[in-house]
Design a protein around this ligand. Structure first.
Ligand code: AP5
Ligand code: MG
Ligand code: ZN
Length: 214
């Protein structure tokens, strides 16, 4: 199963990815997570990506594409993968096509998680993430049992540096200009399915499973 999760910031891509990769036993490839890990570890890539991310801008294509190409060559991608947050520009989508072509494989589905702009800011600003295991919560919509503490591993929850109201607004604007064109791009290739992301988390998941046909 080779799948892309498409959708604006705060749509629920990461939340849904957790369930999908478990159900289909495929790796979760989130370019945002890869950059955050590099920032935390202080690598050269992290240093380059940090300024763009904190401003809510996209990291330049040339930095992103090579990382994903390399990641797709790894053994665990042989039976499929879930891309979350990549591609984000038509240029990235073309590069992905080239890579998959070289590997003699093709995409099965692009799941477009659709959420109104007004809701996205509240979702992102209220998001809390576990420092240790990456589990995602929301202070109102998906609270942890104990405030500030992860349900799964009891570690502390944190807020992403780019989850301020101002930066989220910028990220939404960037999404509309640079990433939303991918909806038509994949629609034209007949692999796009749009899911209403404003339903309960479980309901969204069930509809994704139906769309994936398994
Ligand atoms: P990235 O980390 O990918 O961020 P994003 O696309 O902005 O998306 P988010 O992670 O904010 O949202 P999500 O859809 O995963 O939502 P979540 O499930 O957490 O990218 C960050 C940055 O990295 C970019 O801005 C860019 O700078 C750079 N970058 C990454 N990839 C790049 C690329 N390919 N090219 C260039 N630059 C790149 O949910 C959000 C909240 O809502 C949570 O609190 C959750 O609990 C809650 N929630 C989820 N579902 C529901 C629901 N159904 N109902 C109610 N609440 C819900
Ligand atoms: Mg995410
Ligand atoms: Zn945890």
């Amino acid at each position: 199963m080779r799948v892309i999760l498409l959708g604006p910031p705060g749509a629920g891509k990461g939340t849904q990815a957790a369930g999908i990769v478990e159900k289909y036993s495929i790796p979760h490839i989130s370019t945002g997570d890869i950059f955050r890990k590099n920032i935390k570890e202080g690598t050269a890539l992290g240093t380059k990506a940090k300024d763009y991310m904190n401003k809510g801008l996209l990291v330049p294509d040339e930095l992103v594409v090579e990382i994903v190409k390399d990641r797709l060559q790894e053994d665990d991608c042989k039976n499929g993968f879930l891309l979350d947050g990549f591609p984000r520009t038509v240029n990235q989508a073309e590069a992905l096509n080239d890579s998959l072509g070289e590997m003699n494989v093709s995409l099965d589905k692009v799941i477009n998680v659709d959420v109104d702009k007004e809701i996205l800011i509240e979702r992102a600003v209220g998001r809390r993430i576990c420092k240790e295991c990456g589990a995602t919560f929301h202070v109102k919509f998906n609270p942890s049992k104990e405030e500030g503490i992860c349900d799964q591993c009891a570690e502390k929850l944190y807020q992403r540096a780019d989850d301020t109201e101002e930066t989220v607004s910028k990220r939404i604007e960037v999404y509309l200009n640079q990433t939303q064109p991918l909806i038509d791009y994949y629609q034209d290739r007949n692999i796009l399915v749009t899911i209403d992301g404003q339903q309960e988390i479980k309901k969204v998941f069930d509809e994704i499973v139906v769309a994936l046909g398994a």
